[in-house]
Design a binder for this molecule. Structure first.
Ligand code: GDP
Length: 164
């Protein structure tokens, strides 16, 4: 699972699992390490958030290497859950990640996060806008809200499909 710093990744992991296993951090950009959670039949890898505005060049390079090592080179990566905030057009860092993910060619599902922050009537349009901006298939996108539980069963199904 990966996404921009503060996109809601820890909250989504905790909501999916139903337990607070991932640490939500008050300081964006502070979680620099890769966390792995062991499930009976697979490992869930929680990658550090990217796009932290104050990250140095060295930190950005290190992050790229980590992503490269995990997503591109690591054998047995069954799938990627990529998180994008439903409310905002993808950032430059998101589009860079889009290129890396396309190059890695792993099965990917996009979780649009924090949907509860949009009025119901705006969600469909926002979803369509993000799909168009990212240039992804509508079927690869799941609208989610960790606080309301929206989209969690569907996202669980997608992850189960990844891991067979
Ligand atoms: P991370 O940095 O990607 O792990 O993001 P966090 O899970 O720590 O969340 C960042 C902030 O967004 C926190 O203040 C969360 O409470 C908030 N947040 C995360 N998910 C949701 C959501 O589904 N709905 C709302 N309203 N807030 C959320």
């Amino acid at each position: 699972m990966l996404g921009r710093s503060n996109v809601g990744k820890s909250s989504l992991i905790n909501a999916l699992v139903g337990r607070r296993i991932a640490r939500t951090s008050a300081t964006p950009g502070k979680t620099q390490y890769l966390n792995a959670f062991r499930f009976p039949t697979f490992h869930l890898l929680d990658l550090p958030g990217y796009g932290y505005a104050r990250a140095s060049l060295v930190e950005r390079r290190r992050y790229r290497r980590l992503i490269d090592a995990v997503i591109q080179q690591r054998a047995g990566v069954a799938g990627v859950v990529w998180l994008i905030d439903i409310r905002h057009p993808p950032s430059k860092d998101d589009m860079e990640m889009r290129r890396l993910l396309a190059a890695a060619a792993r099965p990917t599902v996009i979780a649009l996060t924090k949907a509860d922050k949009l009025p119901r009537g705006q969600r469909l349009k926002a979803e369509r806008d993000r799909v168009a901006e990212l240039g992804v298939a509508p079927d690869d996108v799941v609208v989610t809200s960790s606080s309301q539980g929206l989209g969690l069963p569907e996202l669980t199904r997608r992850i189960e499909r990844f891991v067979g």
